[in-house]
Design a protein around this ligand. Structure first.
Ligand code: FES
Length: 177
């Protein structure tokens, strides 16, 4: 039996924002617009907006932003409390969970989904995929393990998963970039 068929469809949600195509188009015509100094326009096009309302607790989605995968996880209460019970001074890249999320939106973790070792894309986005010993993400390339705050806990990666610039426009609506 095909294992993929047994998993919930929502497990495989991958969204590609239309703004990504817009960025490419703007880049292609850059020489023509250069004299008009369109940098503000380019920056605006380089942002994407993501509706989080359909992501259930415990689920994660991946969106593309400026060519990079952005991991968005709707964390469970347990994932949040586990991330906050860690002794930060013992972490390879010390950072509190509070520093990695937006105040009042602690359940949402938004990160660049690229391993800080050599750039592989960690596993852990879909419900059934390996999340490593710390319940976050597992990089299959050389075994780095990230926790439910996306902090590096084990393996060769030197840094926590990076955070993109983003803001909450509404309770379940964010703008990245
Ligand atoms: S690229 Fe992820 S552990 Fe090496």
């Amino acid at each position: 039996m095909d294992d993929v068929k047994n998993k919930p469809r929502r497990d495989f949600i991958v969204l590609t924002a239309s703004a990504v195509a817009g960025v490419g188009a703007v880049s292609a015509i850059w020489p023509l617009l250069d004299s008009l100094n369109p940098s503000a326009d380019v920056m605006a096009m380089a942002s994407i907006e993501v509706d989080l309302s359909s992501i259930e607790v415990g689920q994660a989605i991946t969106v593309k932003w400026r060519g990079k995968p952005i991991f968005i996880r709707h964390r469970t209460e347990k994932e949040v409390s586990t991330a906050r019970s860690v002794n930060v001074s013992e972490l390879p890249d010390p950072q509190t969970d509070e520093e990695r999320v937006k105040k009042g939106h602690e359940q949402w973790l938004v990160m660049i989904g690229i391993c800080t070792h050599l750039g592989c894309i960690p596993l852990g986005q879909s419900l059934g995929s390996p999340k490593g010993e710390y319940g976050g993400w597992f990089c299959p390339c050389h075994g780095s393990e990230y926790d439910t705050s996306g902090r590096i806990r084990k393996g060769p990666a030197p840094k926590n998963l990076y955070l993109p610039e983003y803001t909450f426009l509404k309770n379940t609506f964010i703008k990245i970039g």
